[in-house]
Design a binder for this molecule. Structure first.
Ligand code: GDP
Length: 438
């Protein structure tokens, strides 16, 4: 979605105006204090246009009316991705030296700017108050009242003329990501470390229930919907016992997801609860990445990562096809890399393999290891296989009699498929089908 950046000094009424423009109460934003500290992205509509409004945070000035370098940087990066910026000034105070400095600086940017003169509570007042701002050299001042809403319609009419054509901006289909794990493994710390960075686009979106908040993040042009982030954050404020696991909430998130990030604590290893979640992920056929967090907290040498990986995966046999990544939410180590593994898992989850390739794999597997023969001399025969669906990839194997293929052999065939075709990060399903009775 196109982005409209809101810029201005503190106390000019930026957030009231943002609330007006986005028509949202700020309740949702407060749900995610850590995440929205730097910048908040909120969906807005006007006419038939949808866009995001980002509050760049106050332009804070030091005593010399210079605005601070890190704020400058933050505003710069907000502007660079915006189609348009709105400079908000205070009509009641009139133009200040700080306004002049900001205006001068903004004019050097490529991003088009509209000037909104806030606190103009009536049209008559608006006219007199706003005319003082022509001197900023930002073109026509738009009188508005964040509190009463007057003038905002005119401003929005103007705003949408700057947005790029709608169809260019339909993002690719979004990937739904659930972050699950036991309490205290670091889910919310990871979420903060992940979306807290400067490159993130975050907008909290109501999920299925009132207290389930999804968050949409874009990276490299892809959209990721982080499912039920409220479930991750809320826990702190609720007085559940320390052992409260919220497994049903996790199960629901898994059900809604394409990919599940199963977060485990490397200090504790894989517990029974982790295994329950892993089992559910496999049953539901979701793609998965195992995030082994708190990697900073253990002593290690060059071999530790391999040893720990083996240890963890040995206990995660339901999802032994998943990739594992060792992270530290505390130091940020590899946190941004998680998304790469998510992308890989999604690709595999959606993958389709041609019937000819499947049959090549099958032929090869059968040549190495022929299907078992019963004592009565009946031998299993695989006629052919074909992929019947994806997400997860599901393969039907047509055989003479499914009863002739016991678990051992079935697992062997599945292993051969993984060996030949990979499918890292996604479960596979196999349907053993007998010949239809004629
Ligand atoms: P959640 O319940 O899974 O959301 O876990 P939190 O994010 O609340 O983290 C639980 C505790 O573990 C907090 O005290 C965090 O500071 C700490 N923690 C989280 N991630 C890390 C990490 O990567 N390394 C270390 N050393 N501590 C962490």
């Amino acid at each position: 979605l196109p982005i409209v950046a809101i810029v201005g000094r503190p106390n000019v009424g930026k957030s009231t105006l943002v609330n007006r423009l986005t028509g949202l109460t700020d309740a949702i934003v407060h749900d995610a204090p850590g995440v929205t500290r730097d910048r908040t992205y909120r969906p807005a509509f006007w006419e038939d246009r949808e866009f995001l409004v980002v509050d760049t945070g106050g332009l804070v000035f030091d005593d010399d009316s210079e605005f601070l370098p890190h704020i400058r940087q933050q505003v710069m990066s907000a502007l660079s991705e915006a189609s348009l910026a709105i400079l908000v000034v205070d009509g009641q105070t009139g133009p200040t030296p700080a306004d002049r400095e900001v205006a001068q600086w903004l004019r050097k940017n490529e991003t088009p700017i509209l000037l909104a003169v806030n606190k103009c509570e009536s049209p008559e007042q608006g006219l007199t108050l706003s005319t003082q701002f022509w001197e900023l050299g930002m073109g026509q001042p738009y009188p508005v009242s964040g509190i009463h809403g007057s003038g905002t319609g005119e401003l929005l009419d103007e705003v949408i003329t700057y947005l790029p054509p709608a169809d260019d901006h339909e993002p690719d289909q979004e990937t739904r990501v659930a972050i699950v794990g036991r309490p205290n493994v670091g889910k919310s710390s990871l979420l903060n470390a992940f979306v807290g960075s400067d490159r993130s686009i975050v907008s909290p979106i109501s999920g299925t229930t009132r207290d389930s908040i999804d968050m949409v993040v874009t990276r490299n042009g892809n959209r990721y919907r982080l499912i039920d982030t409220a479930g991750i954050r809320k826990k702190k404020h609720v007085d559940y016992g320390p052992e409260f696991f919220g497994i049903n909430r996790a199960f629901k998130a898994i059900r809604r997801a394409d990919v599940v990030l199963l977060v485990v604590d490397v200090c504790d290893g894989v517990t029974e609860q982790d295994q329950k979640l892993a089992g559910r992920i496999a049953e539901e056929g979701r793609a998965c990445v195992v995030v082994a967090n708190k990697w900073d907290a253990i002593e290690k040498d060059n071999y530790t990562i391999y040893e720990v990986e083996q240890e963890l995966m040995a206990r995660l046999q339901f999802i032994d096809w998943a990739q594992i990544i060792f992270t530290s939410a505390k130091t940020g180590q590899r946190v941004q890399k998680i998304i790469d593994l998510v992308d890989m898992a999604v690709t595999q989850h959606q993958r389709r393999v041609s019937t000819s390739v499947i049959n090549e794999v099958l032929e090869d597997a059968v040549s190495w290891h022929t299907p078992p023969t019963t004592r009565q001399g009946r031998q299993g025969k695989i006629y052919y296989g074909t992929q019947v669906s994806s997400q997860p990839p599901s393969i039907a194997l047509f055989v003479n009699d499914p009863a002739l293929f016991k678990d051992n052999y079935r697992r062997y065939i599945e292993r051969q498929f993984r060996k030949s075709l990979g499918f890292i990060g996604t479960p596979l399903r196999f349907f053993w089908r007998g010949k239809r009775a004629r």
